[in-house]
Write a protein that binds this ligand. Structure first.
Ligand code: OAD
Length: 249
């Protein structure tokens, strides 16, 4: 389905649009005020990852896990997309763009991106704890009911849980993400430490010789191909440089 959508866009107006796939991580939303995961102030420094982001953690203390994601959801409603998100969205004026994000926030969509693959789930959605990927049980929360409590049930009668891919769980949209790497004209990576697989492995699906751009103020945990260009800036400034100095030059 996504491929059909992409090829429709390719021929809009009779022009062949170049295709760009963009992989984003927590650094993309840092300038909006959301936390990173790793490093000094990273979320995983304050909340043990095995307690709040694994099926075992949820089984051991579901209230703690619901509370953790309720808090993240409240934070998300208090922040706005940043210029980096807006510049990513603006690329759709000239390119067929797929955003593959590890972020569970909705800031890409709120900035105007229309083709976003959420590899690690979506904070505003909830699902069944018996079968997290049963689409009949997935729904989007809306104000004022933004918290999940113990006893809130999914359509299959099981406890509701956040629609988040936890460590140790399958990443069902990885196949769509890999498909989005086929035939691309450029691959852009923004604000991810490339520590978490399979998402980090997307890099290896870039067709040989395709330009690769990394926007991140710091080093990442990957050996990039020799043709990759590392723009050592934050997301907004880095996107400006990418657009003005590299794309279409
Ligand atoms: P990390 O916290 O591991 O990495 C964030 C990256 O953003 C780092 O490389 C930073 O240098 C970079 N960065 C910091 N400020 C930036 C800025 N203003 N602009 C651009 N980049 C900036 O976060 P992720 O790589 O996204 O998964 O983490 C991947 C996954 O690990 C997450 O999706 C989450 C986590 O565990 C799950 O919860 C399943």
């Amino acid at each position: 389905m996504r491929e059909v959508y992409a090829s429709l866009k390719l021929f809009i107006g009779g022009n062949i649009m170049k295709r760009i796939t963009i992989l984003t991580g927590a650094g993309m939303s840092a300038e909006s005020g959301l936390s990173l995961f790793r490093g000094g102030n990273g979320l995983w420094n304050n909340y043990p990852v095995e307690q709040v982001a694994t099926p075992e953690g949820f089984a051991a203390n579901p209230s703690l896990v619901l509370e953790f994601y309720n808090k993240r959801r409240t934070e998300l409603l208090q922040v706005e997309p940043n210029d980096g998100h807006r510049l990513v969205a603006s690329l759709e004026e000239k390119y067929a763009v797929t955003v593959v994000t590890q972020n569970v926030d909705n800031l890409h969509e709120r900035a105007g991106s229309t083709n976003v693959i959420h590899l690690h789930g979506e904070l505003m959605k909830v699902c069944s704890s018996r079968n997290p990927n049963d689409p009949r049980c997935v729904r989007t929360l809306s104000s004022p009911d933004l918290e999940i409590k113990m006893g809130d049930l999914a359509a299959d009668g099981s406890q509701l849980r956040p629609f988040i891919v936890w460590f140790g769980e399958a990443v069902p949209l990885m196949e769509d993400a890999i498909a989005a790497m086929q035939g691309i004209d450029a691959f852009v990576i923004i604000g991810t430490s490339l520590n978490v697989y399979p998402a980090a492995g997307l890099l290896h699906y870039a067709p040989a010789g395709v330009p690769i751009y990394l926007i991140d103020p710091n080093d990442v945990n990957a050996t990039l191909p020799s043709n990759a260009i590392h723009i050592r800036k934050g997301a907004s400034e880095g996107m400006n440089i990418l657009i003005n100095e590299y794309l279409d030059k």
